[in-house]
Every structure is written in structure tokens, then in C-alpha cells.
Design a binder for this molecule. Structure first.
Ligand code: NAP
Length: 243
């Protein structure tokens, strides 16, 4: 048995990752902060597919809640083999209109939350001398889109964190990689106006948005032993928008 924690797995990309990883044979922990019904629905889907797992409510931007979550999961299963740092929010606004609350919320979850989870899970993986951490980044970590200074800076930090942790943890048998999706059909981009969506679609060579399941397929590969020599990489999956 292998155990995976997927943060922010009640919806969107995290949900697709949980369902895919369960099919790959992982026992999955579906983390969420508010959407309990949705998290239960993900677990039901996994069980209907013949998999196993549990839901766990924790705000991963709170270090105390992360510590308790990892402690509880380790106690229940005795091991944590995979962490998918996925829970994230977008807070787009132009610099001159940006407010400090949005800046804090974005960095607390998209950056500090990834640190907290990697540190707590890393301590458990360190004990076993094996494990995989996958960080959900974004093409915005590299691309400069006006209005996304906060999100881009956060995802740029995730890319740097991925590379440094790969160096720090490699000798302990822990691989760290990231996936950098472009526009993926989830609630996150449903918030965009139709006009904005049309504008972005023009710039995507494949002329469509990606699907959460397509991101989950990359996560599945990065988690598998077949890629056991890959670490410190940021894998872009964006229909070509960053070309
Ligand atoms: P989403 O549909 O908005 O889902 C976000 C998930 O995160 C939900 O399950 C939500 O659950 C959870 N969450 C939010 N705050 C949390 C907190 N404090 N603690 C724990 N869980 C929390 O987002 P998504 O589009 O799937 O995005 C997932 C990741 O992919 C993010 O890191 C995002 O930056 C990245 N990404 C997305 C796209 C895209 O186009 N969609 C592109 C590139 C990168 P609750 O409702 O229970 O809080």
C-alpha cells in the first residue's frame, strides 16, 4: 500500500489527481478546507472505482493544522509516500489596485502552505528514506500576464522551492517535481469573463483549455517509479501557450 495526500482535492485539478492516483493504487487523503460535500463525493467516486482513502479537513495555510493533519495520517496509515501540494487560489488585480489582504492570502496558501506541507511530510519521508513531492505550479510562474503579479510571484516561488527541495531532499531518497499547467477547465478559470476566455484561447496553439484529468495524468507519471530518476523539474502542460 502507498499513501498519497492531495491538498485541495475536493474540486478541480486536486479532485482529478485524487481519482487518478487511487486508480494507480494509492490510498488517497482528500484534503479540503470548506467543501466537505464535494470531498465526500470524491471519496465515493474513488470507492466506486474500487479504490480507498479518506477525507481530511485542514486549512493548509495554517501550520498548526498542517502539522496535525500529517500527524493523524501518519498515525492512521504508518507512512506517507506522496504529497501533491495543490491547494491554491488566484487573486488577480493590477498592482496599483492590489490590496494587502489578497497579497497575504495568496502567499499564505500558494507559497507558505506548500512549505508547511513539504516540511511536515518531508520529515516522515525522511524517516523512510523515500517519497515523492509534486508541487502544482502554473505557467504564470514564468509567463508575465498583466494583472497576475501576485499569482505569478507566488508560482515563481513554487518553482524555486521545487528546485531547492529537490537538491536538499535528493540524498534522502525524496524526489521533488512540479507541474505547470496553462488554462485548465476548473472553477478557477470559470471566474474569467467570456471575453477574457476568448482572448486567451486565441493565444493557445491547441485552441482549447486543458482538462483536470490531463494534469492528473502528468502527476501520475511523476509519482510513478518509472520516473524514479527525475527530480527538480517543472513540467509544463499548457496547450502551447507559453511558446
Ligand atoms: P479550484 O477548482 O479553485 O480548487 C481549489 C481547491 O483548493 C479546492 O478543493 C479547495 O477546497 C481547496 N482549497 C482552497 N483553499 C484551501 C485551503 N486553505 N486549505 C486546503 N484546501 C484549500 O482550483 P484548481 O483550478 O483546481 O487549481 C488547483 C491548483 O492548480 C492551484 O494551485 C492552482 O494555482 C493551480 N493551477 C490551476 C490552473 C487552472 O487553470 N485551473 C492553471 C494553473 C495552475 P475548499 O473549497 O474545501 O477550500
Amino acid at each position: 500500500m502507498k499513501v498519497a495526500i492531495i491538498t485541495g482535492a475536493s474540486r478541480g485539478i486536486g479532485r482529478a489527481c485524487a481519482i487518478r492516483l487511487a486508480k494507480d493504487g494509492f490510498t488517497v487523503v482528500i484534503n479540503y478546507s470548506r467543501s466537505e460535500d464535494e470531498a465526500n463525493a470524491v471519496l465515493s467516486q474513488i470507492k466506486a472505482d474500487g479504490g480507498d482513502g479518506m477525507i481530511y479537513k485542514a486549512d493548509v495555510s495554517d501550520p498548526a493544522q498542517v502539522k496535525q493533519m500529517v500527524k493523524d495520517i501518519d498515525k492512521r496509515y504508518g507512512q506517507i509516500d506522496l504529497l501533491v501540494n495543490n491547494a491554491g487560489i488566484v487573486r488577480d488585480s493590477f498592482l496599483l489596485m492590489m490590496n494587502n489582504d489578497d497579497l497575504d492570502k495568496c502567499f499564505d496558501l500558494n507559497v507558505k502552505g506548500y512549505f508547511y506541507c513539504a516540511q511536515q511530510v518531508g520529515l516522515k519521508m525522511f524517516r523512510k528514506k523515500s517519497g515523492v513531492i509534486i508541487n502544482m505550479s502554473s505557467v504564470s510562474g514564468e509567463l508575465a500576464l498583466a494583472g497576475q503579479s501576485v499569482y505569478s510571484a507566488a508560482k515563481g516561488a513554487v518553482n524555486s522551492l521545487t528546485r531547492v527541495l529537490a537538491k536538499e531532499l535528493g540524498a534522502k531518497g525524496i524526489r521533488v517535481n512540479a507541474v505547470a499547467p496553462g488554462f485548465i477547465e476548473t472553477e478557477m478559470i470559470n471566474a474569467l469573463s467570456d471575453e477574457k476566455k476568448e482572448e486567451y484561447l486565441k493565444d493557445i496553439p491547441l485552441h482549447r483549455f486543458g482538462k483536470a484529468e490531463e494534469v492528473a495524468a502528468v502527476v501520475s507519471m511523476l509519482a510513478s517509479d518509472e520516473l524514479s530518476y527525475m527530480t527538480g523539474q517543472i513540467i509544463t502542460l499548457d496547450g502551447g501557450i507559453s511558446l
